[in-house]
Design a protein around this ligand. Structure first.
Ligand SMILES: [Zn+2]
Ligand SMILES: [Zn+2]
Ligand SMILES: [Zn+2]
Ligand SMILES: [Zn+2]
Length: 305
C-alpha cells in the first residue's frame, strides 16, 4: 500500500507498552582474565563442549562468569543465583559459604566459542570472557520489533521485521522520502495511556519508522513525532530528517537524526528526541473548537553526504 495522499490516519489506542528486555542490558564482562587467550591452541571440540556443560549454572542454566562459587562438596553455582538460594547448595543442600571456584574460572578463560549469532551470519570466535560483550554488540544480533503499543516479542532481521509490521501489525507502508500526514483524534483529552501511530517509509533502500505518540509529561499531555531507522546506529547517523507542524501562520519545525530501532521507542520518547508539541499548541494548530485533534505533520528524510 503506497500512497502519498493518505491524509487521514485513524489513531488507535492501545495499552501502555513494556519494552521487551534488550540484549544491550547484559552485564559487561571484564576482559583482563583473558590476556593469554590468543595463544591458546584451538580446543578439542568434545573437550570444549563438556567444559561448557561444567560452566552451566545448575539453577538458571546460564553460562557462569566470575566469580563462580562452589559448596564444600565442589558443586558450582553462578553469582546471580548464589544470593537466591539462602546459602544452601541447590545440589547437595550443604551450606554454601563463600568459596570461589578459581580452577573453573581459569578453565573458562581458555575456551573459545563461536558467537551465538553464527547462524545469522557472524563468523566471530571469541574467548569465553569476551563472548558476552561481543554478543551484546554483535551487528548480526536480531532487532526487536519496532512496533509500539503492544508487547510484541518478535525479533528478526530488517526484511523480516518489515514484513512482520506489514502483515501482523497492519502498518501503513509508504515509498519516498517526503510525507504529509494528518493525525486526527476526536477526543484529545484522553491521553492517559499511550496513543500512538506508526508508519513505515522506504527510501534510499532503507526503512524508517515514523512514530506519533501522545503521552503525559508530568501533569501535561503532550504529543511527540520522531523517526527511527531500521538498522544500526552507525548507519542511522548517515540520515537526517525534518518534521513540520503548524497552522494559522505559525509553525514548529524539528530537524533531527533518526534513532536506531535498537533504541526502544519509549527511550527515544522519554529523551524528547523529536518534535514535541504541547497540547495547547496542538489544539491551536488543530483549529476549530478544540474538541478535535487534527495535526498535519509534513516531513522529509535525506541522506547526509
Ligand atoms: Zn545461576
Ligand atoms: Zn553442594
Ligand atoms: Zn557476533
Ligand atoms: Zn511486532
Amino acid at each position: 500500500m503506497t500512497s502519498g495522499n493518505n491524509y487521514f490516519d485513524d489513531m488507535r489506542i492501545k495499552p501502555e507498552v513494556v519494552d521487551p528486555p534488550k540484549v544491550d542490558d547484559l552485564m559487561e564482562i571484564s576482559e583482563n582474565v583473558n590476556e593469554h587467550a590468543q595463544h591458546t591452541p584451538k580446543p578439542n571440540l568434545t573437550v570444549a563442549s563438556s567444559v561448557r556443560e561444567l560452566l552451566e549454572c545448575p539453577v538458571c542454566l546460564s553460562a557462569m562468569y566470575p566469580p563462580i562459587h562452589q559448596c564444600s562438596n565442589g558443586h558450582t553455582i553462578c553469582s546471580v543465583c548464589k544470593p537466591r538460594v539462602h546459602n544452601r547448595c541447590p545440589t547437595c543442600r550443604h551450606e554454601l559459604g563463600n568459596i570461589r571456584c578459581l580452577a573453573l574460572e581459569k578453565v573458562a578463560a581458555s575456551l573459545e566459542l563461536p558467537c551465538k549469532y553464527h547462524t545469522l551470519g557472524c563468523s566471530g570466535i571469541y574467548p569465553y570472557y569476551c563472548k558476552l560483550k561481543h554478543e551484546s554488540q554483535c551487528t548480526f544480533r536480531p532487532y526487536n520489533c519496532p512496533y509500539a503499543g503492544s508487547e510484541c516479542t518478535v525479533v528478526g532481521d530488517i526484511p523480516f521485521l518489515v514484513n512482520h509490521l506489514k502483515d501482523d501489525h497492519k502498518v501503513d507502508m509508504h515509498n519516498g522520502s517526503t510525507f504529509n500526514h494528518r493525525y486526527v483524534k476526536s477526543n484529545p483529552h484522553e491521553v492517559e495511556n499511550a496513543t500512538w501511530m506508526l508508519t513505515v517509509f522506504s527510501c534510499f533502500g532503507q526503512y524508517f519508522c515514523l512514530h506519533f505518540e501522545a503521552f503525559q509529561l508530568g501533569m501535561a499531555p503532550v504529543y511527540i513525532a520522531f523517526l527511527r531507522f531500521m538498522g544500526d546506529d552507525t548507519e542511522a547517523k548517515n540520515y537526517s530528517y525534518s518534521l513540520e507542524v503548524g497552522a494559522n501562520g505559525r509553525k514548529m519545525i524539528w530537524q533531527g537524526v533518526p534513532r536506531s530501532i535498537r533504541d526502544g521507542h519509549r527511550k527515544v520518547r522519554d529523551s524528547y528526541d523529536g518534535l514535541v508539541i504541547q497540547r495547547n499548541m496542538a489544539l491551536f494548530f488543530s483549529g476549530g473548537d478544540r474538541k478535535e485533534l487534527k495535526l498535519r505533520v509534513t516531513g522529509r528524510i535525506w541522506k547526509e553526504q
